[in-house]
Design a protein around this ligand. Structure first.
Ligand code: PEP
Ligand code: MN
Length: 269
């Protein structure tokens, strides 16, 4: 089997551009995927989704399984969160994005989520990649925090080999000696991916940076590169969020963020 399906698909134009062709209801690129780190309850998700919808956002992210560093931290509400996510997504006609952590959840996740996320900690979970690949379901693949660009591309290749071309690549920062940010955003990675694959590329600002103050500056830089999307964590009641509360934006902060990167007005028209 060829090792270069993604390159071949670029040449032969086989690749079906997920963001532009599959999620056709929203014409503004770069697309913004926003929402809480995880679903805590329906009330918070609904309030967040409503606020985002009113700001023109059409992709709602929210985890139900949270792979946390400490087993004592909040782990997400699990399968029952999927029903909430589906309902809220339908209520506001938003596409939903949520992380899959276990192949045993695949069928249920597919039934309830528009775009499966494979998280940083699972980027090289090859059995998961193969199963999601076989499913053909749209997937957002995050870069492993210790993965090279080549390893990231090969993880996508695993899914492509099984027939899934509906893959969005997501740079979310890598581990370095730097402590000023949660991870180090490697902006060369999206540039390389744009050049060497035909896959849409998204930058997750929240998990890359882990802080809010520099979000607009960094967003402007990656938008200027021509990336296809941004991911930002937003929570309607951020002070009481159960995870990542130093990096999640309130709805007001998110509105200011959109304004600061000149993306507010176009979304409201
Ligand atoms: C997330 O997006 O919720 C998440 C856990 O991100 P990552 O896998 O990039 O750490
Ligand atoms: Mn998070």
């Amino acid at each position: 089997m060829s090792k270069d399906i993604l390159k071949i698909s670029k040449d032969s134009n086989v690749y079906f551009n997920l963001i532009e062709d599959y999620f056709v209801t929203h014409t503004h690129a770069p697309h913004i995927i926003a929402g809480p780190c995880c679903i805590e309850n329906e009330e918070v998700l609904d309030a967040t989704a409503k606020g985002l919808y009113e700001l023109g956002i059409r992709f709602l992210r929210a985890g139900v399984f949270k792979p946390r560093t400490s087993p004592y931290d909040f782990q997400g509400i699990g399968i029952k969160g999927l029903e909430i996510l589906k309902e809220v997504g339908l209520r506001y006609a938003m596409f939903t994005v949520s992380e899959i952590v276990d192949v045993r959840h695949l069928e249920t996740m597919i039934d309830n989520v528009d775009l499966l996320q494979i998280g940083s900690r699972n980027m090289q979970n090859f059995e998961l990649l193969k199963e999601v690949g076989r499913s053909g379901h749209p997937v957002l693949l995050k870069r492993g925090m210790g993965a090279s660009v080549e390893e990231f591309k090969m993880a996508a290749e695993y899914m492509a080999c099984e027939g899934n071309r509906h893959i969005i690549m997501c740079e979310r920062g890598i581990r370095t000696f730097e402590t000023a940010t949660r991870n180090t955003l490697d902006i060369a990675c999206p540039a390389i991916l744009k050049r060497e694959t035909k896959l849409p590329v998204v930058v997750d600002l929240s998990h890359s940076l882990g802080r809010k103050d520099i979000l607009p500056d960094v967003a402007k830089a990656v938008v200027a590169m021509g990336i296809d999307g941004l991911m930002v964590e937003v929570h309607s009641d951020v002070q009481n969020a159960l995870s990542d509360n130093s990096q999640q934006l309130s709805l007001d902060e998110f509105e200011k963020f959109l304004d600061a990167i000149d993306m507010l007005e176009e979304r409201l028209v």
